[in-house]
Ligand binder design. Sequence first.
Ligand SMILES: [Zn+2]
Length: 69
Amino acid sequence: MANYGHGMRAPEQIICVDCGGTCHLLPHPETEFQPGDPVAYRCSDCMDRWDIVMPDEDDGRGDMPPEGA
Ligand SMILES: [Zn+2]
């Protein structure tokens, strides 16, 4: 009876991988996404754009790519 499978909200802010600044969600915060959908962010520090793919409901919690050593 889990409430999966429908829309999910993306976090409104993420940390910029590049500069450590704050990236803000470009779509409206109440926009719902499906797993696998790209979600666009804009960094307020370096103005880079980041596209995060919403995690699959199976893979669950890892929403950031693994960082190499
Ligand atoms: Zn940045």
